[in-house]
Design a protein around this ligand. Structure first.
Ligand code: NAD
Length: 351
């Protein structure tokens, strides 16, 4: 890995929304270890199990437990911290929950993102903003070539549509407010399905599989044949960091949208992921199939050619992503300190 762009964060003030979540926790620890001063804004962690708590991040970074839908509070928090970088990750990220709670999903993902942009607009200190949406923001036509950044936005379910809406809101802000700001750049980042140690969310395949393996129970799969672009959490985070560093140096050249997906041949089915995880764990795992009650999108592929121009590429393939994930959960289940295990994996990733 070329460590130079990441040295950009040393001594810098970085504001992260969604810092109590799975990706946010990995990102904040990585930023902290790169020498940044980090401030997080998100809802409280859901349980003591959450990676945020296991890493003891509340002692390592500044933070505010607050709602992204509270525009005034968010604006004040950003203004008071005077960040140079901002990563916006806070979201309701679950497709199935978005069917049950569409209003919450749109409010959080669209209005919340609008609030983040407003806060960025009011922060003269800010030089670079990475605005996290999703690969699901595309109109999914099942293209074998993989979606490119200029392909049509879409989204058949509330979550996917909310991320497409968030993209449109950013586009309007770029043209209306940010284009004339010479020392500030904002870009959206679209990644695939992320796996890695420390995710305990309900209704996600890896946490469900780990719970089944630990309890010696069968794993229920609702859509075993669905093919997804799985990637280790460190791969897209590396992309977000590279993008932010490049935006800082050349904001106008790096504004816009960026895909950070795995290599095209690396997408795998839900069933393959479960089997590979069990094999890495070294324990048999019985799979039970239950028909999904909500429609699930067919395979979606990302073309990440543009991100290569940043000097980014996925560093861990499917097999490595799964084995690192299994080894994280096993080490922590075996009594090792989660902070040390997570730092070790970040260190291995950066070699
Ligand atoms: N996990 C994936 O596979 C994946 C894939 C593509 C994109 N993403 C995107 O990456 C981002 C992070 O996802 P994650 O997997 O870490 O999710 P997560 O559920 O683990 O974390 C979500 C974070 O958002 C915060 N949040 C939710 N509602 C909020 C609100 N109303 N006010 C303030 N904070 C709120 C939570 O407190 C938490 O900190 C999201 O934007 C998600 O859509 C995730």
């Amino acid at each position: 890995m070329n460590p130079r762009p990441l040295s950009r964060f040393k001594g810098k003030r970085v504001f992260v929304t969604g810092h109590t979540g799975f990706k946010g926790s990995w990102l904040c620890l990585w930023l902290k270890d790169l020498g940044a001063e980090v401030f997080g804004y998100a809802l409280a962690p859901q349980s003591d199990h959450d990676l945020y708590c296991r890493l003891g991040l509340s002692r390592l970074i500044g933070h505010l437990e607050a709602d992204i839908r509270d525009a005034e509070l968010l604006r004040e928090a950003v203004r008071d911290f005077r960040p140079e970088f901002m990563f916006h990750l806070a979201a309701q990220p679950l497709v199935r929950l978005s069917y049950e709670q569409p209003l919450l999903t749109f409010e959080t993902n669209v209005l919340g993102s609008l609030n983040a942009l407003e806060a960025a607009r009011g922060a003269a200190s800010l030089r670079a903003m990475v605005y996290v949406t999703s690969d699901k923001c595309y109109e999914n036509k099942g293209l074998a070539r993989g979606c490119k950044e200029d392909d049509a936005l879409g989204g058949a379910d509330p979550y996917s549509a909310s991320k497409a809406c968030a993209e449109l809101v950013l586009r309007a802000y770029q043209r209306s407010f940010f284009a004339g700001r010479a020392t500030f750049g904002a870009a959206s980042a679209r990644a695939g399905n992320v796996i890695g140690g420390g995710d305990w969310a309900a209704d996600r395949i890896v946490p469900d599989a780990v719970r089944a393996l630990v309890a010696g129970k069968p794993l229920v799969l609702r859509n075993p044949g669905a093919v997804r672009p799985w990637q280790h959490v460190l791969d897209p985070l590396y992309g977000y960091l590279m993008l932010a560093a490049r935006l800082y140096d050349a904001p106008k050249a790096h504004a816009g949208a960026w895909n950070f997906g795995p290599e095209l041949g690396q997408s795998r089915s839900v069933r393959e992921l479960a089997k590979r995880l069990a094999a890495s764990w070294g324990k048999p795992l019985k799979l039970e199939i239950e028909r999904s009650v909500v429609p699930e999108a067919r395979s979606l592929k990302l073309d990440s050619g543009r991100a290569r121009r940043l000097g980014w590429r996925p560093r861990w393939d499917f097999s490595r992503a799964v084995s690192e994930t299994a080894s994280w959960y096993q080490a922590v289940a075996g009594g090792q300190d989660a902070l040390a295990v997570t730092r070790r994996q970040i260190g291995q990733y950066m070699v």
